[in-house]
Design a protein around this ligand. Structure first.
Ligand SMILES: *Cc1c(COP(=O)(O)O)cnc(C)c1O
Length: 305
């Protein structure tokens, strides 16, 4: 099923009272679409959190491995390799979530948008590598980061026929059927030209070009990660991911670091606090630039900090 902005549209098939769990920090689409869908409750300015959202904090304190939620959610969003932290989960770590979802009748929405960046062998590319996931998980795949389709908009969702939701009276409902109904009602598929472009991704030439492209970004990630580490920064991600998640220097907030970086080094990045309260004190850099600019940016950051 070809679909765009899948991660944002999927919420249409869930009840407006469904309890949603997200990691903190998080890819903002998961949160914002649920705010729009009326599932978030009020925003608490003091905590920076919505009252009805279940947050699973990830930081250096737990090695960016989310703990199982304490309140049972209906829907759990997981994105690995992660945006924004660039970190990954092993099969065993992911299995805990699959088992939990099974036990608690939760649905896992697994976003594998950055799967093509995985280099380590023991890191799963798909949640369906985990036993039992076909009964509890929907997986999103996108051409955006794999093949540079951002803006072209082409992605797909895998909704196994074995995944069921439950109504309030505990009736089983096929999520595959619901998603199909939603899709044929609101969206009739990506345009033909876009589909042909996506098809070319799987051709021999396409595969070769994509591999080269990803290698190029990988090298940038290594340049950024190694350069920052040499300059004394504490850095996460950047190995199985195009993102580098760094700890901002002691005494600065994410936004203060943003200002200093912009004004003194003329380098732009994303403040971690923009991804959620637990992102405070962190900063995201991306390898989706040219090699020349990546080298230059690291040179300048190193000169300033
Ligand atoms: C970029 C990105 C996507 C891709 O979304 P599209 O709508 O397919 O462009 C999905 N998930 C995450 C976490 C992303 O960063």
């Amino acid at each position: 099923m070809v679909q765009n902005v899948t991660a944002g549209n999927i919420v249409d098939i869930f009840d407006s009272e469904s309890k949603i769990a997200i990691t903190d920090p998080v890819y903002p689409v998961y949160l914002d679409t649920n705010v729009m869908g009326g599932r978030s409750g009020e925003f608490n300015k003091e905590t920076g959190k919505y009252e009805n959202i279940i947050y699973m904090p990830v930081s250096s304190e737990n090695n960016f491995i989310p703990e199982l939620p304490q309140i049972t959610p209906d829907v759990i969003y997981l994105c690995f390799p992660n945006n924004p932290t660039g970190t990954v989960l092993t099969k065993n770590q992911l299995k805990k979530f699959v088992d939990y979802a099974k036990e608690n009748k939760s649905i896992i929405l697994f976003d594998a948008a950055y799967e093509a960046f995985i280099q380590d062998e023991d890191i799963p590319h798909s949640i369906y590598e985990i036993e039992g996931a076909k009964d509890v998980a929907i997986e999103f795949r996108s051409f955006s980061k794999t093949a540079g389709f951002t803006g072209v908009r082409c992605a797909f969702a895998v909704v196994p026929k074995t995944v069921y939701g439950f109504t309030k009276s505990e009736e089983k409902v096929s999520l595959n059927k619901l998603w199909n109904r939603r899709t044929t009602t609101k969206f009739n598929g990506a345009s033909y030209i876009v589909q042909r472009g996506a098809e070319a991704v799987y051709s021999e030439e396409g595969k070769k070009q994509i591999k080269e492209n990803i290698e190029y970004y990988r090298e940038n990630a290594k340049i950024i990660k190694d350069g920052l580490e040499k300059a004394g920064f504490i850095v996460y991600g950047g190995v199985n991911s195009p993102y580098i998640w760094l700890k901002v220097p002691e005494g600065l907030t994410s936004w203060e670091f943003f200002d200093e970086l912009l004004e003194k080094a003329n380098v732009v990045g994303t403040p971690g606090s923009g991804f959620g309260p637990s992102g405070e004190g962190y900063f995201r850099l991306t390898s989706f630039g040219t090699k020349e600019n990546s080298i230059e940016a690291i040179k300048r950051i190193t000169e300033v900090f």
